[in-house]
Design a protein around this ligand. Structure first.
Ligand SMILES: NC(=O)c1ccc[n+]([C@@H]2O[C@H](COP(=O)([O-])OP(=O)(O)OC[C@H]3O[C@@H](n4cnc5c(N)ncnc54)[C@H](O)[C@@H]3O)[C@@H](O)[C@H]2O)c1
Length: 316
């Protein structure tokens, strides 16, 4: 598969994936409307950095605009589509539920519909560990019941997986859904804890920690996520779901300590109540992903945080 279209390619994960695909000599199209969930300036910088790897086609199109999206697909003729475009973030999904359902459900439907119309050979959907909600015993296995999402965001990802399955079943569209576990690394979204907390530590502000600091997240370094997505392009079968994580949950208070050490700055913490919608723990069971895709994460949390801190300092 040489012609690859990424939706959301100007974002955090998409920009790393784009660079990697260009390095591997793929023809690349990026569809991204530079959504204002966080400043478009970050995404423009990402696009500039991708450009340093090679040429690609950029289409500033909203995935909900079926007509324009169809034109893009007809022009570029992608063999594979990696659908990352979404409104991310758990807490904001309670504030703007319509934006989340519109972009993540209607938008995903448009991308699936056009993909099946033009006969895409592989569709990869970026789902999330948040689909596991309260329903699962840790570590989370792909066959867990995901009928109980805890946030609107999580509910839109469950809906996205369901739609992707229906398109695969009804139209023989080959689909892989990837449940990504808290991704971090250079260019991480500014609303995500590691990046947000790093800024607070550097500005000597208090770092707000949910509950007693015992919430755990299965932080996964961006390069491991990109490896997982690339492996999914060659997954066997017509439809499947895989966890892409690190399978090594880290407590939030340990995360802050590791970050503070990597930044060589003390962290002042304040403990605040855990907001609704937050999972107490995320933990990927990787046995299926390892067995079927040959995935194994390589970057330890300590090493990943060191690389992230070095990147952050290089921008100061
Ligand atoms: N970062 C994580 O920890 C994480 C974890 C699980 C799942 N995911 C999923 O991975 C994907 C990428 O996440 P990210 O962290 O890189 O987020 P991001 O916000 O950096 O990237 C998403 C991109 O999609 C674009 N976009 C949003 N709405 C659009 C629309 N209507 N039309 C076209 N483009 C649009 C945005 O401009 C942005 O560049 C998302 O689907 C997200 O839900 C991320």
């Amino acid at each position: 598969m040489d012609n690859i279209l990424i939706t959301g390619g100007a974002g955090f994960i998409g920009s790393h994936l784009s660079q990697r695909l260009l390095r591997e000599g793929k023809r690349l199209a990026i569809v991204d409307n530079l959504d204002d969930y966080y400043p478009a300036e970050f995404k423009r910088t990402n696009l500039e950095e991708i450009k340093e790897e090679g040429n690609f086609q950029f289409f500033p199109v909203d995935i909900r605009d079926g007509e324009k999206l169809r034109d893009v697909f007809s022009t570029f003729k992608p063999e594979a589509v990696i659908h990352l475009a979404a409104r991310p973030g758990v807490r904001m999904s309670f504030v703007q539920p319509e934006a989340y359902t519109s972009i993540n459900v209607l938008g995903t439907t448009q991308v699936l519909e056009i993909s099946r119309q033009i006969g895409v050979q592989r569709f990869v959907f970026a789902s999330s560990s948040s689909v596991y909600g309260h329903s699962s015993h840790a570590p989370f296995r792909e066959d867990a019941n995901i009928s109980y999402p805890l946030s609107i965001y999580a509910a839109t990802k469950v809906a996205g997986e369901a739609l992707a399955f229906t398109y695969s079943h009804a139209y023989n569209l080959p689909v892989v859904c990837l449940r990504l576990f808290t991704v971090y690394g250079p260019r991480q979204r500014p609303d995500l804890a590691i990046r947000k907390f790093a800024a607070m530590i550097l500005e000597r502000k208090e770092v707000p920690i949910f509950g007693d600091g015992s919430l755990e997240r299965d932080y996964t370094y961006i390069d491991d996520i990109v490896n997982g997505i690339l492996l999914a392009l060659h997954a066997p079968g017509q439809y499947d779901v895989f966890n892409i994580g690190n399978s090594h949950p880290i407590r939030i208070d340990t995360m802050v300590k590791t970050l503070s050490e990597a930044l060589d700055m003390p962290a002042q913490c304040k403990y605040i109540p855990t907001p609704a919608g937050e999972m107490l723990l995320t933990h990927a069971d990787l046995s299926k992903t390892a067995q079927v895709l040959g995935y194994s994460p390589k970057v330890s949390f300590e090493e990943g945080v060191r690389r992230f801190a070095a990147w952050l300092r290089s921008r100061a």
